[in-house]
Ligand binder design. Structure first.
Ligand SMILES: *[C@@H]1O[C@H](CO)[C@@H](O)[C@H](O)[C@H]1NC(C)=O
Ligand SMILES: *[C@@H]1O[C@H](CO)[C@@H](O)[C@H](O)[C@H]1NC(C)=O
Ligand SMILES: *[C@@H]1O[C@H](CO)[C@@H](O)[C@H](O)[C@H]1NC(C)=O
Length: 662
């Protein structure tokens, strides 16, 4: 330990020692709040101000709550005892805390207390009580709830309750919100909730409820039955209006569309991840027999619903309907007849072979339609339908032939998800041709996804007049593009993906695309690149997985911030500009770990990480070249010298010879 640290420690110890007599408890007190959380306390601290309103004792080691200390804090409104080891509470303790509104007893051992079979006594003023995570069995909650006349919010989340008895909530008539999430409820006795006239939210998600056949909670606004084993949901037949707004039936085993209140205000209905085979709310007896034959256990209730209820279901206020992940083969257009307010419809991941919207049920409020991942072959939208549709998901279908102008008739369409189909694109120039879809002249279209369609080509001006911001043409290997394929998008296009298209050359001058910010050219066969003739606006460029050896300095323009360039056969020594940018941190290369380059050493090709390139890697080559040149020069010089000498010698001898002759 250095001397400085030691002195610092001394000072700190000194200060704490100085402060201790004034701080009688380890808690932090700020105005009316005392925070004693997570201090390994086994007792409630004494000497806190008597006027505190909030006392947080969560995450300590309290076992027994007796009155001696707690009663000193008679102004407490909010008492948090979450995550202790409480197994005993002095009966009647909370009666004296007449201002207590919020009592959090979650994550304790109150099952041990309940074994004493003594009610904790009146919770006179408590409005919110949290008993979650206490291992409580069915009858145990009674000891806490028998006299809580002000209680509005109750959580019993994460206990082991199997049955809700008729008298469970007799002592808590003011309840508005009950959370029974994550128990093992199998049975709800008739009358358990009916008397709670203020009950507005009921969470029964993650239980083992197998059916509800006479739903009659008129006052309830939110009912969550997610993750049970429900095979059907049925409302009692009544002319009275139900207040229900949200009904969550997700992740059950429902086979027929639920029988909903005849007069309803429902705005949200989630039926995703069930076993719906049709949107009828009953099947014929014959269908049920078939089901039984295929191993489905038929209950009396199933037979019951098959016989009643061909009654009409109106859902005039419904905004959200989720039918995704079911087994629907078809949904007749008439099913949507009453859904005049519907804004979001999700039927993705079913078995639909065709889908149509007709003028009888025009769905003119619908903004988002998701029919992705079905088996669609046919799709038709009638005249004057889907007037508000902005987002259409059709990805993952088998669509190949469509009415060519189907998307041109959607007056508000903004986002088209067409990936994973077999579509081809019409040229804008020769009018709507057969067997292709027209994507030009759609003045509202901004987002277009055409990935993985086996597109053979992108015709000239294919998107002319559609102000695209995002265009995804990826994963269409062998797709042909021409210089005019993207014409018309110069002033709007901001993101373009040509990933995975086996492109060897690019015929575009991206300088013309003045808004282009992000360009994905990864997974192609590009070897040489010339992307722009002048300044470009591209900030993110993906060149991963191509055949690039060098990147010319004018490729790496000023605007460029992020470059992906891994998996290319780059040269270490011929990319000086890239190296400089990397060394000066002027460019982000997120895949730098995968960026390698090649250099020659002892006439062998070596691969190293681009970030490891040192001047020597390239100099070594130069030294050799230098050496060779020096030798060559020397040899040449010597040669020249020899020749000259020889010539000189020769001419002298010649003269000499002549002299003799003479
Ligand atoms: C809590 O109360 C129980 C029963 O009254 C008693 O047996 C136990 O010793 C007490 N524990 C503490 C820590 O006071
Ligand atoms: C209590 O329940 C009401 C009505 O269900 C709900 O709106 C509110 O958020 C809940 N309050 C608390 C503090 O949990
Ligand atoms: C439709 O449901 C699927 C599956 O639940 C989900 O992944 C998808 O995001 C939903 N579609 C929309 C548009 O919300």
């Amino acid at each position: 330990m250095g001397p400085c640290l030691w002195i610092l420690m001394l000072i700190v110890t000194h200060i704490t020692a100085f402060r201790r007599p004034r701080d009688l408890s380890p808690c932090q007190v700020f105005q009316e709040d005392a925070n004693c959380s997570n201090l390994n306390l086994t007792k409630i601290p004494i000497h806190l101000p008597a006027t505190i309103h909030t006392l947080d004792l969560s995450r300590n080691l309290l076992q027994n709550l007796t009155d001696d200390v707690l009663l000193a804090y008679s102004s407490i409104q909010h008492l948090n005892l979450h995550s202790n080891k409480i197994q005993f509470i002095q009966p009647g303790l909370f009666q004296a805390l007449t201002r207590l509104q919020v009592l959090d007893l979650s994550r304790n051992f109150l099952d041990l207390y309940a074994a004493l079979k003594t009610p904790i006594g009146p919770l006179t003023s408590v409005q919110r009580l949290d008993l979650s995570g206490n291992g409580l069995f069915t009858d145990m909650s009674g000891y806490f709830l028998n006299d809580a006349p002000a209680l509005t919010n109750l959580s019993l989340d994460g206990n082991s309750i199997t049955k809700i008895c008729r008298d469970t909530f007799n002592g808590t008539q003011a309840l508005r919100n009950i959370d029974l999430h994550n128990n093992v409820i199998i049975e709800i006795e008739e009358g358990a909730f009916e008397s709670l006239s203020n009950l507005s939210e009921l969470d029964l998600s993650m239980n083992s409820i197998s059916c509800i056949v006479d739903f009659n909670l008129f006052q309830l606004k939110t009912l969550n039955l997610r993750q049970n084993s429900m095979t059907n949901f049925q409302t009692i037949d009544s002319e009275l209006e139900f207040e229900l707004l949200y009904l969550d039936l997700r992740e059950n085993k429902i086979i027929y569309f639920p029988v909903l209140p005849r007069k309803n205000k429902l705005i949200y209905l989630d039926l995703s991840r069930n076993l719906l085979r049709s949107v009828n709310c009953s099947g014929s007896l014959e269908e049920l027999e078939n089901l039984r034959d295929s191993g489905y256990l038929l209950t009396d209730h199933d037979k019951h619903i098959s016989c009643i209820s061909k009654r009409h279901q109106d859902l005039p206020r419904l905004l959200y309907l989720d039918l995704s992940y079911n087994q629907l083969k078809s949904v007749p257009s008439s099913f949507f007849g009453s859904m005049v307010s519907l804004e979001t419809l999700n039927i993705s991941n079913n078995c639909l072979e065709s889908f149509s919207v007709d003028s009888e049920s025009p769905l003119n409020a619908l903004k988002t339609l998701d029919i992705s991942f079905n088996n669609l072959h046919n799709l038709s939208f009638g005249e004057r339908t889907l007037a508000a549709l902005e987002v259409l998901h059709l990805q993952g279908n088998a669509l190949s032939t469509l009415d060519g102008s189907i998307f041109s008739r959607l007056p508000s369409i903004r986002s088209l998800h067409l990936q994973q189909n077999q579509l081809s694109i019409c040229s804008s120039q020769w009018g709507p041709a057969k067997d292709c879809i027209s994507l030009s002249g759609i003045s509202t279209l901004s987002y277009l996804y055409l990935s993985d369609n086996n597109l053979l080509s992108v015709p000239q001006s294919a998107f002319q007049g559609s102000p695209l911001l995002i265009l995804d043409l990826s994963l269409n290997p062998g797709m042909e593009v021409s210089p005019l394929s993207l014409s018309g998008l110069e002033t709007t296009l901001s993101h373009l993906s040509l990933r995975g298209n086996q492109l060897q050359r690019l015929p575009f001058d991206f300088t013309l695309f003045r808004k282009l910010k992000s360009l994905d050219l990864s997974v192609n066969r590009l070897s040489g690149l010339s992307l722009w003739s002048g300044d470009s606006s591209v900030e993110s460029l993906n060149l991963q997985n191509n055949s690039l050896v060098t990147l010319a300095p004018d490729m790496l323009q000023k605007a460029l911030r992020t470059l992906y360039v891994g998996s290319n056969p780059l040269s270490c020594c011929r990319n000086q500009h890239l190296l400089t940018l990397l060394q000066q941190d002027r460019l982000m290369v997120p895949d730098i770990a995968a960026v390698t380059c090649w250099y020659t050493k002892d006439s062998e090709n070596m691969e190293i990480s681009m970030s490891a390139v040192q001047p020597e890697h390239c100099k070594s080559v130069n030294v050799k070249v230098l050496l060779i040149s020096v030798i060559v020069v020397l040899v040449l010089g010597l040669l020249v010298l020899t020749v000259i000498m020889k010539l000189l010698f020769h001419s002298r001898r010649h003269r000499f010879n002549r002299g003799i002759k003479a």
